[in-house]
Design a binder for this molecule. Structure first.
Ligand code: AHM
Ligand code: MG
Length: 308
């Protein structure tokens, strides 16, 4: 049987979505290829460790955090398809253009910072919103609810590199072929399995969990297996493909560039996410770097977790 190879760019040309959105997704793919090259050569090029800076979250900035941030920003500038970018590593958004027809992007350029120097899977996360109906692009233009997203994407730099894209057309995965530096369609339709095979949580936070969270975890451990990488994007990807729920109840994770994009993907694949009270996609953001509790995965399991 002959194998049909579909490149990411061919896939994007074939689907009926806005042209600026296509260019934005293509810019993410180009950036991911460059970041993957950096990941491969991290120790060789001396890019392990911290820069010495502390970011707006009060967290230590790793050299790869900074490199990834600059790489994706450059790709968005070149694409001419993005008006404004919110980024985990930048206190204020980067305004690129006042064109009201372009895309708004919120990104975590390198997710899983604690895993960078130990050769464990890390990733990049992107939420994409339309900037239509805005008279002027300001720092507040990207404070849009998750339900207004038109697409989301993430990349896992793991045992191989995979980029997952969710649009109104569905969820698909593309594996990076290092021999030709192209993403190839390998997962045409990603849909969340019905069974909750895995659950992912940092158990060392047990004392901070509510009694509801503790009792639901005690139930889950009877039926599901624990897997926890410590890179949200990698834990999410495994649970998306195999069925599962990820939780970080104490509110470490960020709404705009972690929870919202991954919830968009999860919803398009058949699952959902809450903050323990309301659907993540319904939250009206107050600021770019705000944090949220997150319960994400199979809806039946997610809905058992409540806070307050
Ligand atoms: P980062 O974006 O700075 O890497 O921080 C977020 C990460 C997530 O990827 C992961 O789910 C979480 O922090 C892990 O936290 P912990 O080490 O507390 O379990
Ligand atoms: Mg992150």
């Amino acid at each position: 049987m002959e194998l049909t190879i579909i490149f990411l760019r061919e896939y994007l040309e074939s689907i009926d979505i806005d042209n600026h959105l296509k260019s934005t997704l293509y810019a993410i793919a180009n950036g991911a290829i460059l970041v993957q090259e950096k990941v491969d050569r991290l120790s060789i090029d001396g890019h392990t460790g911290a820069t010495g800076d502390i970011n707006v979250q009060g967290e230590v900035v790793q050299k790869l955090d900074e490199l990834g941030s600059q790489i994706f920003l450059d790709c968005f500038r070149t694409s001419q398809s993005v008006s404004i970018v919110g980024c985990e590593e930048l206190e204020n958004p980067e305004i690129i253009s006042q064109d009201p027809n372009l895309c708004i992007v919120n990104m975590d350029p390198v997710d899983g910072s604690s895993n960078i120097d130990v050769s464990v899977s890390i990733g990049s996360i992107f939420g994409i919103w339309p900037s239509t109906n805005l008279n002027e692009i300001t720092n507040k233009s990207l404070l849009l609810a998750g339900k207004q997203q038109i697409a989301a994407a993430y990349v896992v730099y793991g045992s191989n590199t995979i980029m997952v894209i969710a649009t109104e057309k569905g969820v698909s995965g593309f594996t990076l072929d290092n021999q030709c530096n192209e993403f190839i369609l390998t997962h045409p339709i990603i849909s969340l399995p019905d069974s909750c095979t895995y659950y992912s949580v940092n158990y060392s936070n047990w004392d901070q969990f509510s009694s509801n969270t503790k009792s639901q975890l005690e139930e889950l451990q009877k039926t599901s297996s624990l897997r926890y990488v410590g890179s949200l994007v990698a834990d999410f990807h495994r649970n998306l493909l195999k069925g599962g729920v990820f939780l970080y109840p104490s509110g470490k994770l960020r709404l705009m560039y972690e929870a919202n994009p991954l919830t968009f993907v999860m919803k398009k694949a058949g699952g959902s996410a809450t903050n323990g009270n309301e659907n993540i996609l319904d939250i009206v953001p107050k600021e770019l770097h705000e944090r949220t509790p997150l319960f994400i995965g199979n809806t039946k399991e997610v809905n058992k977790f409540t806070i307050g």
